[in-house]
Structures are given as structure tokens and as C-alpha cells.
Design a protein. Structure first.
Length: 305
């Protein structure tokens, strides 16, 4: 108390965060327990941001080790070897320790990692996503050691940071840091119907990831059953409360209609609170002007078979 009273937060921060790398994730009160605990331990206990050599596990540009990975089909967690290489621009994992060929190659360019302890059912659960043929693929992993999994998370962020520095040479750290990893805007169950809007509504797990609205039969599915691109209001996207009067087959009564340049998507929520939260999320996305690269993503969605 005496130390804090005489020095204050700013002096302590100048000391304990003096060599903190820009890519290291600094959690807020909204983040999971693991991220907050490991931040405190890294800062005060291990003094990682005073001594640069202690940052080696996530700043070296290369990392390999074993993580427990959920099987795509059987749902079992099995130990798998993971290798992250900035030089190769990829994160890879191998089904067998002595395998020469990786089971999957995830390009750093399209990689995201976000902690999902409740969804995965483990306090150290990390969801890694990447694009495969422009569709999202999910991988669910954890490590028994909290420091290890947070080091993997920050190693992925470091690799993304160095990739983006090369891709956007004029950009500042402040411009790049928000692009290193992202949490989902919202997740949860809704009902949906098909494009003809005559089929019955089916309950699906939805994830709003930036401008991609994905739906899954199960929250831990490897691939989405479908993806919807949500553009901006300038490009004729809008969200409406309720469903068209002729709609049938929905068990849940709180409807949402998303209008895109090509068609309408109909969803139903279980509660009014859910409906309001989803509408607010969609409105935030739609009110944001589209970036040049997002037009290419939109074009791909329009030409999907």
C-alpha cells in the first residue's frame, strides 16, 4: 500500500511494462479468468516485460509443442504436435509424432485464435480458426498448463503482427494490433429456414465473426453448415425486426429478417432479449462502411455454388 501510494499506477506501469511487445494481448475485465491471471503473473511474478529474454516462448518466430486437440468426428481430445513458423507463414499440426506431412496447414494470413473456456468445457480452451477454400474451419485445443496455452495464443498474435508489418509497411503498431486476433461479436442459438422459406425452421448455433455470420448444427463443429456475408447499409444490407407475415414453421416467436442484395434471411430467437442483442450486433456491422478487401469477400459469397 505504501509503495502504491508513493509511486502510483503510472510509475509501476513504466517499470513493469517497460519492454512489453505491442502484440502481447493485454486483457480487460471482460476477458476470461485465464488471460487475466496469466497477464498478472507475466507482469509481476515472471517480470516478462522487464526482461526481454523471458519473452522467448512467444516472440521467437518459431514454436512447437503438444496440445490436446478435439477430434473432428469423434469429439475426443487427443495429443497432437503443433508447429508455428513465421518463416513458413503457417501453423501446422500432425496426427502422429513422426509424421512427415502435416494434417493441416493454416496460413498465418487467415489465422485467428480466441479463448472459449465455456464452449470447449475447459478453462484453458482455445478456438483456432482459419480459412480453407474460403470457408471457415474450426479447431478446438487446450493445454493443462495455463502459461503454455497463453504463450501459444501470444505466439500466434506475434506471427500475425510480423506478417502484417510486411503486408502493410506504412501502418503503425496502433493500426495493426486490433487485427492480430478477434473475439466473436456474438454467439448463440437461433432458428433458421432455407432460401425458399417454405422449409421448417431448424435450431442452429450462430457465430458472428466480423462480417461472416456462420451457423453450425453443434457449437463445436469443425465446419459451418453455411455462412452469410453481412455488408453495409450503403450496399443495400439491412436488418428488420420480425418476419414476413406469411412465414410458417418457426417454433420461436421473436423473428429477425436480414435483407441482402440477393435475398432475405429469416431467423427466430427464443427470447425478446436474444432478439434485441442479435439485432444490435447486426446493426453495428451494417452501419460500418465496407473496406476494399471486404468487397472481394462479398464477391466470393455471391458466386458460391
Amino acid at each position: 500500500l505504501q509503495f502504491m501510494a508513493s509511486n502510483g499506477n503510472n510509475v509501476a506501469k513504466a517499470k513493469y511494462e517497460s519492454k512489453m511487445p505491442p502484440f502481447y494481448y493485454k486483457p480487460t475485465f471482460l476477458d476470461c479468468q485465464l488471460l487475466r491471471e496469466q497477464w498478472i503473473r507475466a507482469k509481476y511474478e515472471r517480470k516478462e516485460f522487464i526482461h526481454s529474454e523471458k519473452q522467448e516462448p512467444y516472440s521467437a518466430g518459431y514454436r512447437e509443442g503438444f496440445l490436446w486437440k478435439r477430434g473432428r468426428d469423434n469429439g475426443q481430445f487427443l495429443s497432437r504436435k503443433f508447429v508455428l513458423s513465421e518463416r513458413e507463414g503457417a501453423l501446422k499440426y500432425f496426427n502422429k509424432n513422426d509424421a512427415k506431412e502435416p494434417k493441416a496447414i493454416m496460413k498465418i494470413e487467415h489465422l485467428n485464435a480466441t479463448f472459449q473456456p465455456a464452449k470447449i468445457g475447459n478453462p484453458h480452451g482455445l478456438q483456432i480458426t482459419y480459412l480453407k477454400d474460403n470457408s471457415t474451419r474450426n479447431i478446438f485445443v487446450y493445454h493443462e498448463d495455463g502459461k503454455e496455452i497463453v504463450d501459444w495464443f501470444n505466439a500466434i498474435r506475434a506471427a500475425r503482427f510480423h506478417y502484417l508489418q510486411v503486408a502493410f509497411p506504412g501502418a503503425s503498431d496502433a493500426d495493426l494490433v486490433p487485427k492480430l486476433s478477434r473475439n466473436y461479436l456474438k454467439e448463440g442459438y437461433m432458428e433458421k429456414t432455407g432460401p425458399k422459406q417454405t422449409e421448417g425452421f431448424k435450431k442452429r448455433w450462430f457465430t458472428m465473426d466480423d462480417r461472416r455470420l456462420m451457423y453450425f448444427k453443434d457449437p463445436l463443429d469443425a465446419f459451418a453448415r453455411g455462412e452469410v456475408f453481412i455488408g453495409s447499409k450503403e450496399n443495400s444490407y439491412k436488418v428488420l425486426e420480425g418476419l414476413p407475415p406469411s412465414t410458417q414453421g418457426n417454433h420461436w416467436q421473436h423473428g429477425i429478417t436480414i435483407v441482402t442484395p440477393d435475398r432475405k434471411f429469416l431467423f427466430a430467437c427464443e427470447t425478446e432479449e436474444d432478439q434485441l442483442e442479435w439485432i444490435t450486433t447486426f446493426q453495428k456491422v451494417i452501419s460500418r462502411p465496407m473496406l476494399p478487401q471486404e468487397y472481394a469477400v462479398e464477391a466470393h459469397f455471391k458466386h458460391k455454388p
